[in-house]
Unconditional design. Structure first.
Length: 469
């Protein structure tokens, strides 16, 4: 499971009830603990466990930095001290969640104790002045379902931002000549987003495969992969070909670890087949199942997409890398998602086969129809210095058998989606996950400097979900 740690800094303002602010801060702490949230507290640094003093705020910032928090949560126990919230958020440069509990009925003397909602209005404005993006969960009670939903959504947003900002992609070989659509601007990805590439030539991969086969540790690792394949797949390739699949998988994992990479983009054809005699699809599938995204045709933007989608799913489901291919023959809004065979086993609706891919003669691809059900589809891409994330929902539907890993899906409006894909900046590749992570990815975009592009044209619905409606 993905692990996210947030800094908890409940806040108050002096002219409102301090005891009530303390009370609600402690209730919030209790609720977060019940939800299993890992949070760093400030009770050891402040007189009352609340953020409102500038000297204490400096100590809080140092603690949060040393604890490497991935996000900040500012419950407003009463009106709150908006400038302290902004100063702390500016220094930490992580996602920010604002929320306050519903205010009680004024007492018989007309006295209001907290005015939490009013303070949130002020804090939002000051955060804007400081240029700080933030997530807002509207006033609700701790016991309300939208509080837990909002917290869990925010944790996933924090995970996306954390992973995105530390992404390093192992690029195995240049893009295939014919794939002009997968070209990328390496310098721009580094300058704009901090995304690093670790390019290696194909001979370095083949040398690593030979090294794996030549050592006892490598041989043992290969045997484990072979045993896993025989147990979890129907294997329709030769014994020596399966050994090459396993050795390739071990070699790619070794190289990814060596270069500190959290995703891989490989030139999967055609030079590789002349060197090792197999397609890399099954090896890609095995790594994808382990949570190391591997994408085809040296599609760097596709690898970034997979990283974003995996992080949004909080390791609760694996992603799959697909081509948008052809319209469904019977459903007006249906489409075929397909690729040669790199999809993870857990996405399959039945026991996958390791065999031969569509349009290629070499063995080593996975064949399986993916599970149906609800899913999110997305694509990070850009050109001319502008980047966006195409995202939306789909559901798996019945359709004709096709080779490779595939699933027929239905969307709300295929023509609207098709036009977006053609008009760009997107291409025919996307990443899917059997989980609705659209609100998470949409909200994460504000923190990573990418424009969200909803192909379902439902922005207000997504924003309503985030704010707790």
């Amino acid at each position: 499971m993905a692990h996210v740690r947030i800094g908890l800094a409940p806040t108050r303002r002096s002219i409102f009830s301090a005891p009530d602010a303390v009370k609600y801060a402690d209730l919030t702490r209790k609720k977060l603990a019940e939800l299993g949230v890992d949070f760093v507290d400030i009770k050891d640094l402040t007189k009352d466990g609340l953020l409102h003093d500038d000297g204490e705020r400096i100590q809080i910032a140092e603690k949060f930095k040393s604890e490497k928090v991935d996000g900040l949560f500012f419950p407003h126990g009463n009106f709150g001290t908006e400038y302290e919230v902004a100063r702390l958020a500016k220094e930490l440069h992580v996602p920010v969640l604002l929320w306050g509990p519903r205010d009680e009925r004024p007492d018989e003397n007309g006295i209001r104790l907290r005015d939490s909602q009013c303070g949130l209005f002020a804090t939002g404005k000051v955060l804007r002045r400081f240029g700080i993006p933030f997530t807002y969960l509207c006033n609700c009670r701790l016991e309300d379902a939208e509080f837990e939903r909002g917290i869990r959504n925010f944790l996933a947003v924090c995970n996306v931002v954390k992973v995105f900002r530390s992404t390093r992609i192992l690029q195995i070989g240049p893009r295939p000549f014919d794939f002009w659509s997968t070209m990328c601007n390496e310098g721009e990805l580094l300058e704009k987003f901090g995304i690093q590439l670790s390019p290696i030539p194909l001979p370095e991969l083949t040398a690593q495969i030979k090294a794996v086969k030549a050592t006892e540790d490598g041989k043992q690792a290969v045997e484990k992969v072979i045993a896993y394949c025989l147990e979890n797949f129907t294997v329709n390739i030769k014994e020596e070909e399966l050994e090459n699949v396993a050795a390739l998988k071990v070699a790619m994992r070794t190289l990814a670890d060596r270069y500190g990479c959290n995703a891989v983009a490989i030139q999967c054809w055609n030079a590789l087949q002349g060197e090792i005699g197999i397609m890399p699809c099954a090896a890609n599938s095995l790594l994808n199942e382990e949570g190391l995204p591997v994408v085809c045709e040296t599609d760097i933007h596709g690898a970034v997409t997979a990283v974003l989608c995996e992080a949004a799913g909080m390791d609760e489901a694996r992603t799959f890398f697909a081509d948008w291919t052809v319209r469904h023959p019977d459903r007006e809004n249906g489409e075929l998602l397909q690729h040669c065979g790199p999809w993870p086993r857990s996405c399959a609706s039945g026991k996958p086969v390791i065999g031969y891919p569509l349009a290629f003669d070499h063995p080593g691809a996975v064949e399986a129809e993916a599970k149906h059900g609800e899913m999110t589809l997305c694509r990070f891409d850009g050109d001319h210095g502008e980047y966006s994330l195409l995202l939306g929902n789909a559901r798996g539907v019945d359709g004709p058998y096709t080779k490779g890993t595939y699933v027929w899906v239905e969307v709300e409006n295929i023509k609207r989606l098709e036009a977006k894909l053609v008009e760009g900046p997107y291409i025919h590749h996307c990443v899917g996950i059997h989980k609705d992570v659209v609100p998470v990815l949409y909200e994460a975009c504000k923190y990573i400097g990418v424009k969200p592009d909803l192909y379902d044209d439902n922005e207000e619905e997504v924003r309503a979900f985030i704010r707790g409606e």
